[in-house]
Design a protein around this ligand. Structure first.
Ligand code: PLP
Length: 412
């Protein structure tokens, strides 16, 4: 698998051969897929390993009394090692398999929240969070009579991290923030947030749903206490994802769900729980999905996240400058530190109409509020259109998108 040219730039044409799905026509137009922040496409390597496991059969995991069960368990647990290496977690049992980022955050809001967040306590999130990093904390605060506080962002979409000094009190029990905003594209200074929080011994959870696929992450270097990501946003199967948690926290937390596998011994009188990571993995997981996720992470790692980040930044700058040449466009999210996402509105065209008309020209973007109502409220807009790039996109994709935009806005 050679994905780099001699000067170490990405060899996009070779990469695109791994994604035949991109080479299709919709409405008789070449597909230009610019909705990567919502979900990514999967390379054939992932597709092949997944279909192999369906074809050759699987057994249920951790019940290895026969060949297929043993084989599935090995492949499934190998995914844990791959994620451990990928994030540079200290211990393999610090990697908990989940359905995705949403479930990982809910796991912490429940498992940590029920032990550490009581009446009168405070939880801090930011104004630019996805709903999945707001609502689980809101539910916790409602249950336990705690208060949710919010770090604001400015009109460029830059998080006002200085405000943390006022927001943090002796009642603050956890801070949960996104690494990269799915609407604004802002890359947040998570190291600074973590350092500030740790001065007060407050743990920090990082929502890395928009980060793991765009930037190398080393959880030990970041020193975050929890970190969540989704498999489908990093070229893996849907219904997979992971929570990284420091062992010392995970050990003190309550199980999130009850069921098979998460127990040591059950009686009607009392139940004792399994060791980490199984304490948080009740029920049969998406076994084949995780085997596919392992392959997706291997794929991305082989290309190299540094090279991916550099190329995507180039595409982002090109797309931004070209889009600004289209009459009537305003970009939502103009932080100097951005990644892979451009949200925009047009002075006359509704974002929904833009999305529908672009779709008929083969261009897939996302429209709406992007599961982040507070961001739309901040800018007092009903929503926005969003184009998001991946390393498999090309300058030609951007040119087709811009040409389509020019055509579409003329109609208004
Ligand atoms: N957090 C962010 C920043 C996201 O962009 C998303 C999805 O778009 C999520 C969380 C939720 O991810 P999932 O739906 O895969 O659980």
């Amino acid at each position: 698998m050679i994905h780099c040219t001699e000067d170490m730039a990405l060899d996009i044409q070779t990469i695109r051969k791994d994604f035949p799905v991109l080479d299709q026509k919709v409405y008789n137009k070449p597909l230009v897929y610019l909705d990567n922040a919502a979900t990514t496409q999967r390379p054939i390597q992932v597709e092949e390993v997944v279909s192999q496991y369906y074809h050759n059969g699987t057994g249920n995991i951790h019940r290895a009394s026969h060949f297929l069960s043993d084989k599935s368990t090995m492949a499934f647990e190998n995914c844990r090692d791959i994620i451990q290496n990928f994030l540079n977690a200290k211990h393999r049992e610090e990697i908990i398999f989940t359905k995705g980022t949403t479930e990982a955050i809910n796991l912490v809001a429940q498992g940590f929240g029920e032990v550490f967040v009581g009446e009168g306590d405070e939880v801090i999130v930011s104004e630019m969070e996805h709903h999945s990093n707001i609502v689980p904390w809101q539910l916790l605060c409602d249950r336990n009579n705690a208060t949710l506080k919010v770090i604001p962002f400015d009109d460029n979409g830059v998080l006002m991290v200085d405000k943390l000094d006022e927001l943090i009190t002796e009642k603050t029990k956890i801070i949960s923030v996104t690494y990269i905003s799915n609407v604004l594209g802002t890359i947040n200074p998570v190291r600074e947030i973590i350092a500030k929080a740790h001065q007060h011994s407050i743990p920090v959870m990082i929502d890395a749903a928009q980060a793991v696929q765009h930037t190398p992450i080393d959880v030990q270097e970041l020193d975050c206490d929890f970190l969540a990501f989704s498999g489908h946003k990093i070229y893996g199967p849907t219904g997979t994802g992971a929570l990284y948690g420091k062992k010392e926290w995970l050990e003190k937390m309550k199980p999130y769900q009850g069921g098979g596998e998460m127990i040591e011994r059950v009686s009607f009188k009392e139940t004792s729980f399994n060791q980490l990571p199984y304490k948080f993995e009740a029920g049969t997981p998406n076994i084949i999905g995780f085997i596919g996720l392992a392959e997706a992470i291997k794929y991305v790692t082989a290309i190299g996240l540094e090279a991916i980040a550099a190329y995507e930044e180039e595409l982002l700058h090109y797309a931004t400058s070209e889009l600004l040449k289209v009459d009537g466009i305003r970009i939502i999210g103009t932080s100097p530190n951005k990644s892979s996402v451009i949200s925009f509105i047009h002075e006359k065209a509704h974002h929904y109409d833009l999305g529908m008309l672009l779709d008929k020209l083969g261009i897939a973007i996302r429209t709406g509020r992007h599961c982040a109502d507070p961001i739309a409220d901040h800018f007092d807009i009903s929503g926005s259109a969003r184009a998001s790039v991946s390393f498999y996109n090309t300058k030609e994709d951007i040119d087709l998108f811009i040409a389509a935009m020019k055509r579409v806005v003329q109609m208004f």
